[in-house]
Design a protein around this ligand. Structure first.
Ligand code: NAG
Length: 353
């Protein structure tokens, strides 16, 4: 930390000297000043307060695709839709007519937050620490129905203030089903087809809503497709879209009879399918790898699998908690058998990051 401060001081001093020299050079040429100016901008101002350029917002969609391919199991539908929607939204040769709005639905542990994390990390250099990334939790940020008006006023000001500063903002609303029903109505003009609202252009912003609403309907639909012999990989978005809108609309929470849904302002409803045995297994193996057990024994994998609860009856196809809470179980198993690390070298993903 201290070192870091000295580094910043050093950079500032260097830049002041640079600046002094550049003032000298003023008489020589304005072009030089422009160059030094942008150098100073990047190295001082942008260090003190996050800027809004390609440096801070690299928007690396190839990286996102790769992360999702490597780390998320059984959600091909979500992966594909999300990557394409985001890539399209911030594409240089397309002006989107409205802010992008994605709504993630499904069982806990299906990967909604996990994927949201990868989105933050690949769009912004600072990931979740970026000033351009906002993550609101239903129960924590908006606990009381009686304070709905206050929440709405704050939200409006925050979104407006941040988008005014930099258009490429990411707003994530987690636990939408735990939010008071009307809070989200306030963002309607910002996600609608408006060139600007009170002179602020929201069309480059991204809004992602996460909720468990529709989970039982998604599961029912998944079972139905499974019974009729449709392979999971062949399931399409259209199989689920109407099911989820219905679920979000009828269940309690942030989208309950909300204007947002009524006026069709959500661009994509994205179902997170419940996790099957094979997906949970892959998550478990990943957890072992994170603990440097690169080739876990079958019996140890099985021991963790035995902790997982499956449902719904009678088929018990899916993990009730997806891939959640596996890490503690794996940790315990590793300790219990004092499993030795097979290889000294860390897995490649660790050295890369
Ligand atoms: C930006 O959003 C945050 C909440 O994430 C808020 O605290 C802050 O005041 C906002 N900034 C502006 C300039 O409105």
């Amino acid at each position: 930390m201290r070192l870091h401060i000295w580094k910043i001081v050093f950079v500032i001093v260097c830049n002041v000297i640079h600046f002094a020299i550049s003032v000298e050079l003023l008489s020589i040429g304005a072009a030089a000043v422009v160059g030094v100016g942008s150098f100073i901008y990047q190295n001082t101002l942008c260090r003190l307060k996050e800027c809004c350029t390609k440096n801070e917002i690299p928007a690396d969609f190839d990286k996102l695709e790769q992360l999702l391919d490597e780390k998320v199991y059984g959600q091909h539908l979500a992966k594909e839709t999300i990557v394409n929607a985001l890539r399209g939204h911030w594409s240089d040769n397309y002006e989107s007519p409205k802010a992008l709005t994605l709504s993630f639905h499904g069982w806990p542990g299906g990967g909604k937050n996990y994927i949201a994390g990868f989105i933050k990390d690949s769009l912004y250099a600072l990931g979740s620490k970026s000033d351009h990334v906002h993550h609101f939790m239903g129960r924590i940020h908006f606990p009381e129905v009686a304070r709905t008006q206050e929440y709405q006023d704050n939200l409006y000001q925050w979104i407006k203030g941040n988008v005014t500063r930099c258009q490429k903002q990411l707003f994530i609303f987690d636990e939408v089903n735990k939010m008071p029903p009307k809070v989200l109505n306030v963002i309607k003009p910002m996600i609608d087809y408006n060139q600007d609202v009170e002179k602020v252009d929201y069309r480059k912003a991204i809004f992602i809503f996460l909720s468990n609403t529709g989970e039982s309907l998604i599961t029912e639909k998944a079972i139905q497709l499974w019974k009729s012999g449709v392979r999971r990989e062949d399931v399409g978005l259209k199989d689920f879209e109407s099911v989820i809108t219905m679920g979000a609309f009828n269940e309690e929470g942030g989208f309950h009879h909300s204007d947002t849904i009524k006026s069709n302002l959500i661009d994509h409803y994205i179902p997170f399918l419940p996790m099957e045995h094979e997906h949970v297994r892959l998550c478990i193996i990943d957890q072992f790898k994170l603990r440097s057990v690169l080739e876990p024994k079958e019996e140890h994998i099985q021991e963790v699998m035995d902790f997982v609860e499956w449902g719904p009856l009678p088929d018990n196809l899916y993990s009730k908690t997806g891939c959640k809470r596996l890490s503690q179980k794996v940790a315990m198993t590793v300790q219990k058998y004092r499993i030795r690390e097979k290889a000294i070298e860390k897995s490649s993903e660790k050295t890369n990051s």
